[in-house]
Design a protein around this ligand. Structure first.
Ligand SMILES: Nc1ncnc2c1ncn2[C@@H]1O[C@H](COP(=O)(O)OP(=O)(O)O)[C@@H](O)[C@H]1O
Ligand SMILES: [Mg+2]
Length: 254
């Protein structure tokens, strides 16, 4: 397998708490990896570490063979390491079209001068339409964000990530807070994403995880306790104890 993205021996302590405890993960183009684990396991911290939003105490992150551990978040984004956030960050009075157009302009370093005139730029608009279609949002292009369903807002966030031309896409709970009926829509949209894109998705919806992922990594108390197939994960005793048991017992996880 050709390695696109590699995290080696990543460590982070918050005070005495080892939130990321020697975590190593490798991804190849086209991987569909689910990162699961109980609340507080360190999943979001892992994403923050690899994107450069927080600084690791030790370890290395490489993208396409390049060590990006010391780079700022924006420099990693330029290289195709893109994340979405667990909490929504959209502007309620802007349309999906405006959001995606601005993301494209920002990516190309043109947000300042041209933002008011983006609809005149046919190449930008063609790309906006392509991305909104990909995520199943084209019919909603001109509505305000506050007028569209929450599940579709989450899809718009994935659209914004796609506008940045990811090679590795990190999705932090894309279905969090989305009503069950709408998660099918998210699943369909994820299915449409380019096959060579490497995607790491954090989620608590085990049905979604098992349908999406070809590989599952389980994090518990900052440590990787499992890295393998979705078929094997449910049979793993440590995983059952650390996660699936508590998941089943709790009924659902926040
Ligand atoms: N900035 C921070 N300072 C101190 N502790 C933190 C900080 N961010 C997260 N934590 C703690 O680190 C642990 C892992 O959190 P997080 O990565 O958000 O877990 P998850 O996303 O798996 O639910 C939790 O115990 C959380 O309270
Ligand atoms: Mg989290």
């Amino acid at each position: 397998m050709s390695t696109l993205f590699e995290v080696s021996n990543l460590r982070k302590n918050f005070g005495a708490l080892a939130v990321t405890n020697d975590v190593s993960i490798r991804m190849a183009p086209g991987d569909r990896l689910a990162l699961i684990g109980p609340n507080g396991a360190g999943k979001t911290t892992f994403v923050n570490l690899v994107t450069g939003h927080i600084k690791p105490d030790a370890g290395r992150v490489t993208l396409n063979g390049e060590d990006v551990t010391g780079l700022r978040p924006a420099a990693r984004v330029q290289r195709g390491l893109i994340r979405s956030f667990q909490v929504t960050r959209l502007f309620p009075d802007m349309t999906p079209e405006e959001h995606v157009a601005l993301a494209i302009l920002q990516r190309d370093g043109k947000a300042g001068g041209m933002a008011g005139h983006y609809s005149a730029k046919s190449s930008v608009m063609a790309e906006v339409r392509e991305i909104l279609s990909l995520l199943g949002l084209i019919e909603l292009s001109h509505l305000k964000v506050r007028e569209i369903a929450y599940g579709q807002q989450r899809l718009l966030e994935i659209a914004l990530a796609m506008a940045l031309k990811p090679k590795v896409l990190l999705l932090d709970e894309p279905a969090a807070g989305v009503p069950q009926l709408e998660t099918a829509r998210i699943e369909r949209a994820l299915d449409q994403l380019p096959k060579d894109l490497a995607i790491l998705m954090i989620d608590h919806d085990m049905d979604l995880v098992f349908r999406f992922a070809t590989r599952v990594v389980v994090l518990a108390a900052g440590t990787v306790i499992f890295d393998g197939s979705p078929q094997a994960v449910t049979k793993d005793q440590r995983v059952r104890e650390a996660y699936l048991g508590s998941y089943a017992n709790a009924g659902s996880a926040a």
